[in-house]
Unconditional design. Structure first.
Length: 313
């Protein structure tokens, strides 16, 4: 079997004739199934390394499908990627290879940028996890998200793109939007920059809202509410920035907890009414941000023994 044909099949680019060729090849020998798994592992490893090798004689060189970008300036550090390839299929149902799932996990203080098989560009914020198939099959492009992500969805009129979270789902055709839905937080917010999205309530599927550009929807008291986007600076997290304006100190510390993966305990009651504005680079670390804030807020802070908790006094 030509490797170029297999890789096109893995990436969802194979023609109907090529899919049939793969099916016949698989059914002809048990050894061919083992070879398919080996090539699948190599294919995923090449994607994760940002490989640009071209397969197929006589074709012009170009980047090979998906690329995971590591940019020293934009990304604070290397992020963790876990790929789970569970390919379970019957030989007569080749399309089930699309059930092979990739899982991208981004640690605290870091970000990741990648392109999905359909050409959709995704930025993942700190402490986020996204699961997506090796190839989008069927009549929908579905991914699951735990955390925060910014999407630039490739337009496909016949195949909607769906982001599933534990609080609500977002369905689009082609658009730019931000979703925040950490499983360890009650917050859920979808903000639309371009195009149209439909947001549905996970616990009340019949409740949904359609957003126009520059609108966002949040979940409060079990219901969805929409409003205009008042400030676009918070979405600059893609640039490695924490931006805040007229924000309560407690709310800012909650954002620090999400970004840096640490627990922050505020013991200083004078900070209850402290309002602050500013911008911090994630790469500079939480200690740098707290030292700058304490010049105006007048507090001290210390860590516990294993440095997993910060106490503000």
């Amino acid at each position: 079997m030509e490797k170029g044909t297999l890789y096109k099949f893995f990436d969802g680019k194979a023609s109907r004739e090529e899919k049939e060729t793969v099916r016949i090849w698989l059914e002809s020998s048990p050894e061919n199934e083992q070879e398919l798994f080996r090539e699948r592992e190599f294919f995923d490893a090449m994607i994760l390394s940002g490989g640009t090798k071209v397969f197929g004689a006589g074709k012009k060189s170009r980047p090979f499908y998906r690329t995971v970008l590591f940019e020293a300036i934009k990304v604070a550090a290397v992020f963790a990627i876990t790929v789970t390839c569970g390919i379970y299929f019957h030989k007569s149902q080749i399309s089930k290879i699309g059930k092979s799932m990739n899982t991208i996990t981004v640690p605290a203080g870091q970000r990741a940028n990648l392109t999905l098989p359909d050409g959709t560009n995704v930025w993942l914020n700190a402490r986020s996890e996204m699961r997506y198939p090796a190839a989008f099959t069927g009549n929908k492009r579905e991914i699951t998200l735990d955390g925060e992500a910014y999407f630039e969805v490739a337009y496909k009129n016949d195949k909607p793109f769906v982001v599933r979270t534990d609080k609500g789902n977002v369905e689009v055709l082609g658009t730019k939007f931000n979703v925040e839905a950490y499983s360890d937080s009650e917050d859920f917010c979808t903000s639309l920059m371009e195009g149209v999205v439909r947001v549905s309530n996970k616990k009340k599927p019949s409740e949904s809202l359609v957003l126009a550009p520059n609108q966002q929807v949040s979940l409060a008291n079990g219901h969805l509410y929409s409003r205009p986007i008042a400030d676009f600076d918070p979405f600059r997290w893609k640039e490695g920035l924490i931006c805040f304006k007229n924000m309560k100190f407690k709310e800012l510390m909650s954002r620090f907890e999400k970004c840096f993966g640490m627990r922050i305990v505020i013991e200083n009651e004078r900070l209850d009414n402290y309002i602050c504005s500013g911008k911090f680079r994630v790469a500079d670390g939480i200690d740098n941000a707290l030292r700058i804030l304490q010049k105006d807020a007048k507090y001290t802070f210390e860590r516990n023994k294993d440095e997993s908790v910060i106490y503000i006094k």
